[in-house]
Every structure is written in structure tokens, then in C-alpha cells.
Design a protein around this ligand. Structure first.
Ligand code: ZN
Length: 203
């Protein structure tokens, strides 16, 4: 994929946190967590990566969780975030936007893509978990297509991004459900599964 994109991919060790890894400046070299397969793996623990660099591509791994790709083309700042239930509720998207802002980005200029992820009609959770999530983010309360409590993390992410100032028309959440669409890995569909990546590079 790095050869296809023409730049090394930067990964992080994802831990379902709200921690954001901001890449060092371009003259500092590719940095930790970078390299083609076979080289040492990511050593930075974080669930989002932010950069204004053009010489690397950012990659976030998912299988049901939300891969959120953010870009401010005016300031030239990009980010990828892994937003699962915990990260979303703990504020990983707010933290990512905040680090983007530190590099000059403005929410009003940000476009967002919430990639393939489990949908609100499939992500079944215990009733108490739905209540706890809805206490923080009311729009996440959902119901499965078979009538049990569920969470709509995409609606939650859209709500968080809009509250932070990202324009509604700049948010694209219209992507397949990973549980329903077998082209994608889904942890819920098969406990032993792979991951796919959301990848973004500043142009
Ligand atoms: Zn679904």
C-alpha cells in the first residue's frame, strides 16, 4: 500500500483511548511507528494521528469501529482516528480536532469521512451500556433490526463533529455496515478476523 500511495504509512498501537499522536515535523524523518511490513511495528500508543506533513500517509485499523478521516485543505492538516464506543465517549474526536487546531486547522474548514463501520441497527449492546452512552451522547441510543438495545456510533460521531463546528454538509457518513457487508472485516461477525485500514495522505 505504501508503494501504491508513494509514501510510508504511519500506524499507531491502538488502545481504545482518546490519545492523539502528532507526528514530528517533516525534517525529523518519518518517525516512530513508520515503515513497510517487516520493520518494527508501531510503538506509539494512541487512537488518532495528526499531521501537516505531505511525505507520510496516516493509517488507522478497524473492524466495526469507526475509521474517521479528517482533513482541513485550507490549513493543510489531516488526521485519522479510531473511534469505537469507548474512544468516542472519551472524546477521541474532540482531542483530534484540538490537535489539528494546534497546527492551524479550523473546524469550519474540516471535511470528515466516517468510513465503513458497524451500523446502529446491528451494534447490539446491553441495556445499561446503551443508557450510559446515551447519557453522554443521546443520539447514540438505538435499536437493532431484531429489536434489542443498540448503539449508533456513527450518529454519535456526526453529532460530536457538528458540535465541534464541522459543517454538517462536510461530514460523509454514508458507508457500508461492516457486519452486513462481507467485503469488510467485522469483529462482531467473526471473532477471529482481520482488520482493514482507513488511510489518508495530505495532497
Ligand atoms: Zn448494520
Amino acid at each position: 500500500m505504501a508503494a501504491e500511495i508513494g509514501a510510508p504509512l504511519v500506524f499507531v498501537e491502538q488502545v481504545h483511548s482518546a490519545d492523539v499522536h502528532v507526528l514530528p515535523a517533516q525534517d525529523a524523518g518519518p518517525g516512530r511507528g513508520t515503515g513497510p511490513a517487516g520493520e518494527p511495528g508501531p510503538v506509539v500508543r494512541a487512537d488518532a494521528i495528526v499531521t501537516d506533513r505531505t511525505d507520510v500517509a496516516l493509517a488507522i485499523m478497524v473492524a466495526d469501529c469507526l475509521p474517521v478521516l479528517l482533513s482541513d485543505p485550507v490549513a493543510g492538516v489531516v488526521a485519522v482516528a479510531h473511534a469505537g464506543r469507548r474512544g468516542l465517549l472519551d472524546g477521541v474526536l474532540e482531542a483530534t480536532l484540538s490537535e489539528m487546531a494546534a497546527l492551524g486547522a479550523r473546524p469550519a474548514d474540516v471535511t470528515a469521512s466516517i468510513g465503513p463501520s458497524i451500523c446502529g441497527a446491528c451494534y447490539e449492546v446491553p441495556e445499561q451500556m446503551r443508557e450510559d452512552a446515551a447519557a453522554h451522547l443521546p443520539v447514540t441510543a438505538s435499536r437493532t433490526s431484531w429489536g434489542t438495545p443498540a448503539l449508533d456510533l456513527r450518529a454519535g460521531a456526526v453529532s460530536v463533529l457538528q458540535d465541534a463546528g464541522v459543517p454538517a454538509e462536510a461530514i460523509d457518513a454514508d458507508h457500508p455496515c461492516t457486519l452486513e457487508d462481507e467485503r469488510f472485516f467485522s469483529y462482531r461477525r467473526s471473532a477471529v478476523t482481520g482488520r482493514f485500514a482507513g488511510v489518508l495522505r495530505r495532497g
